[in-house]
Design a protein around this ligand. Structure first.
Ligand code: PMV
Length: 355
């Protein structure tokens, strides 16, 4: 049998209501609900997967580097776990190994949620390579095992992911709640301040914060309220309301991170400057024009609408240290591709221009 290569392109899903904290040892079963926007193809991850008995081991190559599963790289270990699960499901023989080649069009370690697009692209590509025809829900569950936020990236539009119910055992997955074209004016202005690898991987933070932060005790309930408030604001296309939820959510999550022991902080001086500048822009106008949101890194996502984007860009002109600005809209979700990153001899294909 000729091995078939599966290739998918997925994009990050950026949370407006943030997932932070998981049920222990359960492959990213979340302690609170979250809600995120799947971005358009301005930021993307392309991943090819092939399975063959001609390969002597499982290999994962991301942005040209071999990635090894280990204590500090839980997501790669999770990916190998999912790969083995899929191998078993497809019934291929035990001597068959997998090769994964993945390339990001943006800095992958800077807290821009490369693991959400990477996890989603991997499960879609592997599903295709093995001809499994799994449903989106099944793919979302598998992507969640790799990185929580990846369960949202397998869908386009605005995607919800409900918290783990108290009785615990049910599977957890994302669901599209608004189609990608529900609110075409929505924008995420991604500001790159730093491209360095973050010191504390999110996978560690999800365990440390619930265990050590006393502020965290109020966090899951607050996130549930934010989830409902964000849904209502999006339903009405009311950016003043949505922007307020976005900023308070980001601040709430980062407060619990700082309250953790050891403390976790991802923001730098420039991030704080951008919070301040956004506050000034909003306050002076009586509207929310720049709604900042930070994930596990210093680089802001400035949510805005088409109407205010020029003002937000002008605001950024006054900030030193901005390396790159990428303006992104709401995306329609992952796509399959026939242009593979693996050749017929199982070698990674070098792409000179990023995908
Ligand atoms: O998907 P993970 O395990 O990298 O966690 C994502 C955490 C945040 O990006 C901070 C929030 C979110 O909901 O995406």
């Amino acid at each position: 049998m000729r091995e078939s290569i599966g290739t998918a392109i997925a994009t990050p899903n950026i949370a407006m209501v943030k997932y932070w904290g998981r049920v222990k040892n359960e492959y990213n079963m979340p302690l609170n609900s979250s809600l995120g926007i799947t971005l358009d193809f301005s930021l993307k991850t392309k991943t090819s997967v092939v399975f063959s008995h001609k390969l002597d081991r499982d290999r994962v190559i991301i942005d040209g580097k071999d990635r090894i599963a280990g204590q500090n790289n839980e997501k790669i270990a999770n990916l190998i776990f999912v790969m083995n699960k899929l191998k078993k499901e497809s019934g291929i023989d035990r001597g068959t190994h997998g090769l994964v080649v993945s390339q990001n069009s943006f800095p992958s370690d800077a807290g821009l949620s490369a693991s959400s697009s990477g996890g989603a692209a991997f499960v879609l590509a592997a599903n295709d390579a093995l001809n499994l025809a799994l449903s989106r829900k099944q793919l979302s569950i598998l992507a969640r095992h790799i990185s929580g936020s990846a369960c949202r990236s397998v869908y386009g539009g605005i995607v919800g992911w409900k918290r783990t119910p108290a009785d615990g055992t049910e599977e957890s997955y994302g669901e599209e709640v608004f189609a990608w074209d529900w609110w075409p004016e929505l924008r995420d202005i991604v500001v790159i301040l730093e491209e360095k690898k973050k010191k504390v991987p999110s996978s560690m933070g999800h365990d440390i914060t619930p265990k050590t932060s006393s502020l965290y005790k109020c966090r899951p309930e607050y996130a549930e309220q934010s989830f409902e408030a964000a849904l209502e604001a999006i339903r009405r296309r009311d950016f003043d309301r949505l922007g307020m939820v976005i900023m308070r959510e980001s601040n709430s999550m980062h407060a619990t991170m700082l309250d953790s022991m050891p403390p976790i902080f991802y923001l730098n001086d420039r991030s704080l400057e951008i919070i301040q500048a956004s506050e000034e822009l909003n306050e002076g106008s009586g509207h929310i024009k720049s709604a900042y949101s930070f994930d596990a890194g210093p680089n802001p996502h400035l949510f805005t609408t088409q109407r205010y984007r020029n003002e937000v860009l002008r605001m950024l002109d006054g900030i030193d240290g901005v390396r790159m600005i990428i303006e992104v809209g709401v995306g329609s979700g992952p796509q399959m591709s026939e242009e593979h990153l693996i050749d017929d001899n199982f070698r990674p294909v070098l792409q000179h221009s990023k995908p």
